[in-house]
Design a protein around this ligand. Structure first.
Ligand code: P6P
Length: 338
């Protein structure tokens, strides 16, 4: 008889002891994300019907207000995380400031803050390209029972207790880590259950896929131009292959399975890069390192960067260790030629 893959719920219970703050909190936290992901997945998968159901801002056939999917995703995660009574604060790409969770409990005793990009790459939905949700989890640093402050959110990525993403692609997957490796779970939509499909995911040390928007080439730092030219040289196992979906979660997921590097360097339009440190780069960097890969801003380890603002951007180089190190070499050589 085929051995049935473990479900996400079974996996969490079996590995709960690894989570040093367990006492059931991890289960409730990941389960709330799991539930929200199912709700968002349902909406994302019918996005193609928007013209039939009514475009954003219109009334749909059920007479409901049609919401922009990233607003919908934001509300779904905030509502689910609030209802599970485990989170004391949420920061989201869709919210100017962080949200203190008031779940009717005047002295909210909850210990975790969650930072999310509810629907990264949402502009791809209209063209039926995969999108994702990215989440990052910390323990609060201010006293339990007091209102959360910005200090609880402006923590370096090396303080994350868990991070992950949901990819709404040809199949829907949750990929996450609590600091003990990276595991991927695929949703069986017929029964609404996630099954362990990618245990112990590892970035191949080498890779030959580079992911970058070369439309920005003329504005890239010289080190990035040098690295791209290196990738294109006819030598050894090169030239590499350029693959850029324009959806961070999708490019990252493919590169983690096949080997590769994703780069969003500084550009004329985004001198500090486009990606946000707290809820895009830090969680993806946490996963990359847990999977044996690497993530930097071209010079500094992403997880060691001390945040100063909730929505700050940083340049992002992430993926197979040897590729990131070569890109960093090019960046350093161009910055200090002697
Ligand atoms: P560009 C999506 O908007 C996103 O944040 C990432 O998911 C993606 O990798 C990047 O921006 C694409 O940006 O400027 O290349 O279109």
């Amino acid at each position: 008889m085929a051995i049935r893959n473990q479900t996400l719920g079974e996996f969490i219970i079996e590995n709960q002891s690894e989570f040093k703050y367990s006492s059931g909190e991890l289960s409730r936290l990941i389960n709330s994300i799991r539930l929200a992901a199912k709700v968002v997945n349902h909406e994302v998968n019918k996005a193609g019907l928007v013209d039939i159901l009514g475009a954003a801002g219109d009334m749909n056939v059920q007479g409901e207000d049609q919401q922009k999917l990233d607003v919908f995703a934001n509300e779904a995660f905030i509502k689910t995380l609030t209802n599970r009574e485990i989170v004391c604060g949420i920061a989201s790409e869709e919210e100017d400031d962080f949200i203190a969770i008031k779940d009717g409990n005047p002295n909210n005793q909850h210990k975790y803050v969650v930072l999310i990009d509810p629907l990264d790459g949402s502009s791809n939905i209209d063209v039926n390209v995969s999108v994702g949700t990215i989440f990052s989890i910390y323990r609060r640093v201010t006293p339990v029972g007091t209102p959360v402050t910005q200090e609880d959110f402006l923590q370096a990525g090396n303080k994350q207790v868990a991070a992950g993403y949901i990819i709404y692609g040809t199949s829907t997957m949750i990929v996450y880590s609590t600091g003990h490796g990276v595991n991927g779970f695929t949703l069986n939509p017929a029964i609404g259950t996630y099954y362990l499909s990618h245990p112990n995911m590892q970035f191949p040390k080498e890779g030959n896929i580079y992911s970058v928007n070369e439309g920005n080439y003329v504005h890239f730092p010289q080190g990035v131009k040098d690295y791209i030219k290196y990738c294109q040289m006819e030598e050894g196992d090169r030239p590499y292959t350029s693959r850029y979906i324009g959806s961070l979660v999708s490019d990252f997921h493919r590169n983690m399975i096949k080997g590769g590097i994703y780069m969003y360097p500084s550009t004329a339009k985004n001198p500090d890069g486009k990606l946000r440190l707290l809820y895009e780069c830090n969680p993806m960097a946490f996963l990359a390192e847990q999977a044996g890969g690497k993530a930097s801003d071209g010079f500094r380890r992403i997880l060691d960067i001390e945040p100063t603002e909730l929505h700050q951007r940083v340049p992002f180089f992430c993926g197979s260790t040897s590729m990131v190190e070569k890109a960093e070499y090019c960046m350093k050589k161009a910055a200090d030629p002697q």
